[in-house]
Design a protein. Structure first.
Length: 255
């Protein structure tokens, strides 16, 4: 064992190797450094381990120790700062619930917009209540939350230099752009994302790992309850645009 290996690292290594090779003491595992160098190979629990293979095994055990796994998970999973509940109905079926945990620290402005759409506090007519799904691509992405009744657009009229009144259709989401950025990847089922840079009310439910979405979308949360229903949504065959209206969404804060 190299003298430079910290004592703090040896503890999880011994814990993992006790189960693997039935070691009963650190001395059985480590021995003395001169003995390892002199003999070249070391017999441990009836197994012949060269110094090189022993060090490789020690390194692997350290990486796979419970402490390392917990530390890795902590780095990859953002803190959930808010939860919202969505009720989604397919056609005339009974609405099913999805509880979504939102990453307010990792995507603050996107989460703020999502919550405002859930609580109907953004602006008159802007809400996820009664919104529809606009696209369902099996095993890739489910685009939800399109406001209905033309509420996502407004007509603006202006007088041009000739005195003619011109009418322009304006997307209301254009005023809700943001600079949110994180390195979270669409690497598992159940993640929730929105358009990177904002400017869109719709959100995506991810039914399966799909890192190709990372360039254009930012992960803002995850489904914490209702993954079975998400799997069911993923199986629904979309054959015509009129079916999109079957996905009615109701949402409100869930603590």
């Amino acid at each position: 064992m190299p003298a430079s290996l910290p004592a703090a690292v040896i503890a999880p290594i011994l814990f993992s190797f006790n189960s693997l090779f039935s070691f009963t003491s650190p001395g059985q595992l480590l021995g003395s450094q001169p003995a390892v160098e002199a003999q070249g190979d070391k017999s441990v629990g009836g197994l012949q381990l060269s110094r090189k293979s022993l060090l490789a095994a020690l390194s692997a055990a350290c990486m796979s120790s419970p402490l390392s796994i917990q530390h890795s998970a902590a780095l990859e999973t953002p803190r959930i700062t808010k939860r919202v509940m969505l009720e989604i109905a397919i056609g005339s079926d009974t609405p099913q619930q999805l509880i979504i945990g939102l990453y307010g620290d990792a995507a603050p402005e996107s989460v703020k917009l999502f919550c405002a759409m859930c609580s109907e506090s953004l602006a008159p007519g802007l809400t996820y209540r009664g919104s529809i799904a606009s696209r369902v691509e099996k095993d890739r992405i489910l685009i939800m939350g399109r406001p209905t009744g033309g509420s996502a657009q407004v007509m603006e009229r202006s007088l041009d230099s000739t005195g003619y009144i011109r009418t322009t259709l304006v997307n209301r989401a254009d005023q809700y752009t943001n600079k949110d950025d994180n390195s979270l990847c669409h690497n598992r089922a159940g993640l929730v994302s929105m358009r990177r840079g904002g400017g869109d009310f719709e959100f995506a439910l991810v039914p399966a790992p799909n890192p190709t979405l990372d360039k254009e979308r930012i992960v803002v949360g995850e489904v914490v309850e209702g993954l079975d229903f998400l799997s069911h949504l993923n199986q629904v065959c979309i054959e015509s645009c009129c079916v999109f209206a079957a996905y009615a969404v109701h949402a409100w804060p869930a603590g």
